[in-house]
Design a protein around this ligand. Sequence first.
Ligand SMILES: [Zn+2]
Ligand SMILES: [Zn+2]
Length: 139
Amino acid sequence: MDINFTQVFKEKKLKLTPQRIAVYNYLKSTKEHPSAETIHKALKEAYPTMSLATVYKTLKVLVDVNLIQEINVGEGNFRYDGFADPHPHIHCIKCSRVDDLEGVNFDFLNSSVKDNTDYEIISNKVYFYGLCPMCKKSK
Ligand SMILES: [Zn+2]
Ligand SMILES: [Zn+2]
């Protein structure tokens, strides 16, 4: 378990329950951007008493303290990411897979948008949509 995790929990005076640790570790171990249902299914065997509602509550706590991020690719349900720093995502419109888009920096967007609005720009979220390599092949 990384130090950041225990530290954040201590600072926010949150209880380090086995379920919270399990959900966090699971998210850290995958790059799949799972939904709450997927996380629940994956942890059910090791934590049979953990309900889907607990998984949702745990995810909310982890999002609130910025240890994970919630991403919405427009599917109607949220996906979760153990990598909390803002980064762009690409979503397969056929199989719903979500990947990180690595090596592309979109920070310049904030400064280009600044010239077109009176808002103070704080952040942006960039999503791309397409067909993943698997779906592209089976097309
Ligand atoms: Zn796909
Ligand atoms: Zn991601």
